[in-house]
Design a protein around this ligand. Sequence first.
Ligand SMILES: [Zn+2]
Length: 456
Amino acid sequence: MKKIEQRALLCCVLALFLTAGLLVFLVKYVIDGGSWSSSAFNRHLYNSDGQLAVGTVLDRDGDILSSAENGVRIYYDNETVRKATLHAVGDLQGNIGTGALNAFADKLTGYNLINGAYDAGQGAELYLTIDARYNYEAYQALSGHAGTVAVYNYKTGEILCMVSAPSYDPLHVPADIETNPRYEGAYLNRFLSSTFTPGSVYKTVTLTAALEKIPDLMDRTWECTGSVDIGGETIICSGTHGQQDIGDAFANSCNVVFAQLAVELGADALREYTEEAGLTRSYSVSGLPTARGTFVWDDITDGELGWAGVGQGRDQVNPCALMCFMGAVADGGRAANPYLIEKTVSALGIPSLPRLFTGRTGRLIAAASAEALAEMMAENVEKTYGTGRFPNMDICAKSGTAEVGEGKTPHAWFTGFLRNEDAPYAFVVLVENGGGGSSVAGTVAGRVLDVMVNGY
Ligand SMILES: [Zn+2]
């Protein structure tokens, strides 16, 4: 009798192991099935060159950016459009990990849990949220510089324009792509995956903290003589701005004022507002994680804190996170989360379910501060950048000219948003080693927004 009991127990244990194993497999199947079936080893879906042989990538209004014909992958027939949409669409070698052909391969194969990808046929159609025409304008406006341009609708989350440079023609990959410094980082989508010294665009965060923590901020005046000494460190200004109130200091982007504000606020307050603004978090853009910004606050000297308050020093921000913060300033403190996939249509012609709700960022700035900051960003354009450059736009903006080392031309930034009812767009432009923020990056932003607002 004892023997039978022992055997029954053993059977139970074995059955338990089997069930547990099955469960693990099922869970992994549900989670990873898409990437298993769209693995490059699957010869139903990939041709002998390892290229995805099914599926079509389109832009928001149906322009075909890449499709497969008889198992061979083809691209849009205009070379500049191919370059301008490369980081959104992806390459043939799989070097651009965040491109649709790579990152959304499971959606392009038409994979699903029940049928797998076996019946894929021509694969699925994947509509991106971007408009190829906006990308084209942005890529042209960068005129050969490295950098990134992105615009999104902060009410819905749709990314309408997303360009990263340097880029290249995926149909004619340059032979010297690995060695020519011109192509350094060409596989990276700078908007999603890179971080940069923010320079003066960070003053939007310093100003937010000051608006909330310094009660008499609006009544104060400062004197800028071109530089200020803080803790033995000389903080140099871009000009000699004389006597200013906070609005003038922001429009002049006065380092003297903002460095002093940073020290008065202290590292803990700046850390708190930087984190609240979302500049140290990672966003998920249709499943693609963005790079986290990094800030150093521990054991910081007053001189370093002064530099940090004007966006210089060791701090780094991700362009996408900055754009989301701008969306939140525009929209009462919270913005829609950005996304890249408008919809998919299966091989059988069945569209994906429409988005039922809009994912939001959570609070990045208090509503009252957002309103005050927006007003001052609108004044920046009136006082400094020039409203004539942005026709029919109720635009709020901040420029940045970020020093990136001695003897190097600074990075040019321009970021902000439109308050137009029918064009609720937040934007970020970064031109690496481009020079002046307003003059260079502001011109790129103006050109792209003009096409989006006033038509092409
Ligand atoms: Zn100044």
